[in-house]
Ligand binder design. Structure first.
Ligand code: SF4
Ligand code: SF4
Length: 353
């Protein structure tokens, strides 16, 4: 039997959307959205679920992750119910449901807790630097170890359990019977969507520039991660690796500058209702790319010893990014969206079977 949460609208408003009750079920959004088909009345069906507070049905749905917020539905809505923003808010809400620690939900809902966590990490970096007598070589060595440790810890302790919870809500609980072979066949969808975000190109309103920016950003971010963690960018003598890192951090900075400016100008539907998590994601990524660039530049020009503060800022931004934004913030959307495409494929193959 379906479980109804009469306070769902209040809960969801803490994740963004609070206009969806204006919906009078006309179906314009479904007629507009390229995700809807004969079987799926998307996004109208999810609007009904949200209005009725059908939490389990929402938790079992992968559809909010397929939406890339083109905004066509919101433009066509005669009631300004903002269905595109509802999908965005559902993605934030779902993130908090997948997360076993509950911290995603806390950070989404509370500005003061988020600020406190950022300040505590900054204080921890200062204490650490002081304990090393502000010795730059030692700090950089610890910074490098920190990156490697956090990547594996976040994967093991946060991401794998959370993805299992997502699988439980969307595949196991709704009783989707998929042969193990299907999990292997569908794997290509996971990697294609993770690296290319191909689904974005399926939107009715084509925005190839937005897709290209996302594509370059994902590649630049993942390769800079590899360059700093596994090729030890700040300590390498290899000219190729040094230049590679400069190029990657430059692209991250340039693209995130454009994202920040779009959010300020609200020139696209997805930028109309930016939440704290959206700002933190783009601004921290931008500063991370910029400070990484300058750390390496100061090393190459021999002035880093007199400008240790650049590394302190970089390390602080990196630690806040790795301990808050990646495991509990908007970064997770990249992961859950890719797995949603994978689980969706599994579902469709299981049904076809
Ligand atoms: S277009 Fe607006 S009013 Fe019509 S079903 Fe969609 S959300 Fe509701
Ligand atoms: S924002 Fe675009 S993809 Fe998302 S529900 Fe609306 S029309 Fe569909």
């Amino acid at each position: 039997m379906s479980k109804v949460n009469p306070k769902f609208a209040i809960e969801l408003s803490k994740y963004g959307s609070n206009d969806f009750h204006a919906c009078f079920n006309c179906g314009n959004c479904t007629a507009t959205c390229s995700l809807s088909n004969a079987e799926d009345s998307f996004p109208r069906e999810l609007i009904r679920y949200a209005t009725l507070g059908l939490e389990n049905e929402l938790k079992a749905s992968l559809k909010p992750w397929e939406c890339y917020y083109c905004g066509d539905c919101s433009i066509q809505c005669p009631r300004q119910a903002e269905p595109g923003e509802l999908m965005m808010s559902l993605r934030r809400w779902l993130t908090s449901k997948y997360d076993w620690t509950g911290l995603s939900g806390v950070f989404y809902r509370s500005l003061s807790v988020t600020i406190l966590a950022f300040v505590l990490i900054f204080a921890a970096v200062l204490i650490l630097a002081d304990s090393f007598a502000w010795n730059l070589q030692n700090m950089m060595h610890v910074g490098h170890l920190f990156e490697m440790t956090v990547i594996f810890m976040v994967l093991l302790v946060i991401f794998i359990p959370n993805l299992l919870r997502m699988w439980y809500f969307t595949i196991l609980k709704p009783n989707v019977k998929a042969h193990p072979k299907i999990y292997f066949i569908a794997l290509s969808d996971l990697f294609v969507h993770m690296f290319t975000q191909k689904r974005m190109k399926d939107c009715e309103t084509k925005d190839n520039f937005r897709w290209l920016e996302h594509f370059i950003l994902v590649i630049a971010y993942l390769s800079l991660l590899f360059t700093t963690v596994f090729l030890n960018w700040f300590n390498t003598e290899s000219l190729f690796v040094v230049i590679l890192g400069y190029v990657e951090s430059f692209f991250i900075f340039i693209i995130t500058i454009d994202f920040v400016s779009s959010r300020i100008n609200k020139n696209k539907a997805l930028n109309k209702f930016s939440q704290l998590s959206d700002w933190l994601f783009v601004i921290w990524l931008m500063i991370m790319g910029l400070t990484a660039f300058f750390v390496r530049l100061f090393i190459d020009t021999g002035i880093i010893e007199n400008n240790k503060w650049v590394y302190i800022i970089h390390f602080t931004i990196l630690a806040q990014w790795a301990l808050i934004i990646v495991p509990f913030g908007k970064w997770t959307h990249f992961l859950y969206r890719s797995f949603a495409m994978y689980f969706s494929k599994i579902k469709s193959l299981a049904i076809a079977q």
